[in-house]
Design a protein. Structure first.
Ligand code: CTP
Length: 403
């Protein structure tokens, strides 16, 4: 989510300035590119060296080159402001808040602010009476009326020794505001995506099952990629050892095909996009023994009955605005067979896997696929990690449906 995002942090002169070192750390760790600009008095509370080291970028507070004042070089406030995807003021003192509210540009940071065109977040920090003062309240409202986003101060012990509202929000809280903002800007923001993944196990008796070697890696990678792109993701996951690391993905664990069908049917009506990558077991034992089956001394014959087809079932119910993507695993006449599945199951896309190639598909970390669309597109996606491939598949869909 933060990868490649350029965050400009404005730090003004309050005791909470020391906490911005943690905020810089959180942002950099999440993959953001961070630049810090200080108000002149912020340097009394946090050193440029700490912030430069953590942000891995030079820190500025003057118009002229701070390292060599005689060099004649200057720090370009406009360039810096236009560089940013997002600007965050933390902490924002009552004084700097008042300057921003009135467009006063008496230092380098304020000049950067007035030149910025990106979204601006601000986290005020001051003593409780200052925070309650009508002038402060009016200034906060004014910044909100400019379209800036308030990260409200919190209650607690203040530097003055008083207790009350005025403490800067914790770095984690500021980080989560920025995260939510980026999510709302992400290409799949507001979209609900349903994904199924993994194998299904069909019970023979309490300890044995009929199943397959699917790892679930591709489907889990798709779920993680969709969540990173801002979608609300429901993942119906068969028995897979793959861990889902993104806490915002709603995971429903199932075992059999019938359980997977039930969970998918429940989530399907509200899903905008549905991607069915699970390696569903086509058959299940006709009878499930209640007790563990004993050896009989002879051969054992299992009577298998066909399972419901989840993709076909959902394809028959698909609404005009819903996008349905199936997978196909083929060992011969791959493209023709995949096309047949696309038609028969009423999909919009089929992701074709060819199981006869090395380092692809089941159990591997890499894959190479061909995307077939209902309208006849053929898009080969070359061999790469399943994680990268998941992003590429979603990017194709995002481009196609111009989300
Ligand atoms: N699928 C499904 N329910 C089933 C079987 C398959 O939802 N009972 C879905 C898979 O999740 C996949 C697509 O159908 O998205 C194609 O699966 P695949 O195993 O390639 O093909 P099958 O339809 O099972 O046909 P066959 O095994 O005969 O190739």
């Amino acid at each position: 989510m933060f990868s490649g995002k350029k965050v400009l942090l404005g730090v003004t002169g309050g005791i909470a300035a020391y906490k911005t070192t943690y905020l810089v750390r959180l942002l950099v760790k999440a993959g953001a590119e961070v630049r810090v600009v200080l108000s002149p008095s912020a340097r009394d509370f946090v050193t440029p060296l700490s912030l430069a080291t953590l942000s891995k970028n030079p820190v500025h507070w003057e118009y002229i080159n701070e390292e060599d004042e005689d060099s004649g070089e200057w720090n370009n406030h406009v360039e810096l402001a236009l560089w940013a995807d997002l600007m965050v003021f933390a902490p924002l003192t009552a004084n700097s808040l008042a300057k921003m509210a009135n467009g006063q540009s008496d230092n380098f940071l304020m000049a950067v602010y007035l030149s910025a065109k990106c979204p601006v977040y601000f986290a005020p920090a001051m003593d409780l009476d200052m925070y309650q003062h009508p002038a402060t309240k009016a200034n906060i409202e004014k910044l909100k009326s400019f379209g800036h986003f308030l990260i409200p101060a919190e209650s607690g012990e203040l530097a003055s020794g008083l207790e009350g509202e005025g403490r800067m929000a914790e770095p984690e809280t500021i980080f989560s505001h920025i995260h939510k903002h980026l999510l709302s800007q992400a290409p799949l923001a507001g979209k609900k995506v349903l994904i199924n993944a993994g194998p299904t196990y069909e019970a023979i008796d309490p300890v044995r099952f009929v199943g397959n070697r699917s790892s679930g890696k591709m489907g889990v990678a798709l779920a993680e990629a969709a969540a990173k792109k801002g979608a609300q993701v429901s993942l119906v996951l068969g028995p897979s050892v793959v861990q889902v690391t993104n806490p915002s993905i709603h995971v429903e664990r199932v075992e059999s095909t019938q359980e997977m069908l039930d969970a998918c049917e429940k989530a399907f009506p509200s899903a905008d996009w549905t991607i069915l990558s699970a390696a569903v077991s086509d058959y299940r034992p006709a009878e499930v023994a209640v007790q563990k089956m004993k050896k009989s001394g002879g051969n054992l014959q299992l009577d298998l009955v066909e399972n419901p087809d989840i993709l076909k079932t959902l394809g028959a119910k698909k609404g005009a605005d819903q996008v349905l993507v199936g997978f196909a695993l083929e060992t011969e006449n791959a493209e023709a067979n995949a096309q047949k599945k696309l038609d028969k199951k009423n999909c919009d896309w089929i992701v074709l896997n060819q199981a006869d190639k090395e380092a692809r598909g089941f159990g591997h970390d890499t894959n190479e696929v061909l995307l077939l669309s209902r309208s006849g597109d053929r898009l080969p996606l070359t061999l790469k990690s399943k994680k990268e491939l998941a992003h590429e598949i979603l990017d194709v869909l995002i481009d196609y449906y111009s989300v």
